[in-house]
Design a protein around this ligand. Structure first.
Ligand code: A2P
Length: 315
């Protein structure tokens, strides 16, 4: 299994199990299956609403003793309503309680957007805190304190553009260790990849399979289906692999981590086996040619110009 290396020598397995959209009633079994099948990286977030059930899975697996807590990389994310500096530590504490853990391996600021503490999902502009009311570098400083305390071994961000990373870096000496963003052959983000590699920031690819299980409200009309794409299917046939495996291996081959979500036992196993594909030059060219800057997760739902959030991805 390929890994991403951090400055202190820690290593994160490149392929992790995603848990966004994994339903209660299904996610516990999925996490147990994943760990027992060899996954050593599980990606979580408070807002996914399933950390309690994932915690039951961790407890069950770790208490058996065959897989140790320290052998698994566990990530979670700070929700947008806990950006105020006094709210960051309690939010992590809740996540640790839910996941039944003493520490995380990685804690991320989920979005460069802040809500009022009492708002889980905003409905109107007044539900937001502007960047002046909740400066992201203050949230970052609170995250740094958690790292110093050992509550999370590593810290980073998610959904940050080059501009937002630059803004943050101008106010801190501590570079985020990870930026988790949407990445797949239709959205290759080569500039962001080059920027992050120069600054020593790792990337994790979310929605690597196109997140076809998003709610209808989050979907655009006529979305492309990467799993049915002719180039992806022909590369898959050539390597005796599945389209999903080609998409996952594309991320691994670029040196990023990738977190395909599945609650299906067969696909959970299939996805972990993705990194055995060896792309040749022709495959890589065909994949590179697929870029069309297409986002499945547009971020438009958090764009509220009157509160200073007018362009989430700065593009
Ligand atoms: P399921 O959970 O039933 O396996 P993403 O990781 O981009 O968010 O995509 C998740 C979606 O892709 C889910 O609908 C998931 O369904 C499906 N999926 C996961 N693995 C595969 C695979 N190997 N082939 C096809 N679909 C997959």
């Amino acid at each position: 299994m390929k890994t991403l290396k951090f400055k202190n020598g820690d290593q994160m397995a490149a392929i992790g199990l995603g848990t966004w959209k994994s339903k209660p009633g299904e996610v516990k079994a999925a996490v147990i299956t994943a760990l027992e099948s060899g996954y050593r990286h599980i990606d979580c977030a408070a807002v996914y609403g399933n950390e309690k059930e994932i915690g039951e899975a961790f407890n069950e697996v770790f208490s058996k003793g065959t897989i140790k807590r320290e052998d698994v990389w566990i990530t979670s994310k700070l929700w947008n309503n806990a950006h105020l500096k006094q709210d960051v530590a309690p939010a992590l504490e809740q996540t640790l309680n839910d996941l039944q853990l003493d520490y995380l391996d990685l804690y991320l600021i989920h979005w460069p957007v802040a809500f009022k503490p009492e708002v889980s999902m905003p409905e109107k502009p007044v539900d937001y805190l502007s960047p002046e009311e909740a400066p992201v570098h203050e949230t970052w400083n609170a995250m740094l304190a958690l790292k110093k305390e050992g509550k999370s071994k590593h810290i980073g961000v998610s959904n940050f553009s080059i501009k937002k990373l630059d803004d943050l870096l101008s106010k801190t000496d501590e570079v985020p260790e990870m930026n988790q963003v949407e990445l797949h052959p239709l959205l290759q983000q080569n500039e962001l990849l080059a920027y992050c590699s120069k600054k020593g920031i790792h990337l994790t690819a979310y929605s690597p399979l196109g997140s076809g299980d998003r709610s209808e409200g989050m979907k655009q009309e006529n979305e492309p289906n990467m799993l049915e794409n002719d180039s992806i299917k022909s590369i898959a046939n050539k390597h005796n692999a599945s389209p999903g495996q080609v998409l996952i291996n594309w991320s691994v081959s670029r040196g990023t981590a990738v977190i395909p979500k599945s609650t299906n036992e067969g696909r959970i196993k299939e996805n972990l086996a993705s990194d055995s594909i060896d792309f040749d030059k022709e495959d890589l060219k065909q994949l590179a040619d697929m870029d069309q800057q297409y986002r499945y997760v547009t971020g438009k739902f958090f764009e509220v110009p009157e509160k200073g959030y007018d362009n989430i991805y700065d593009e």
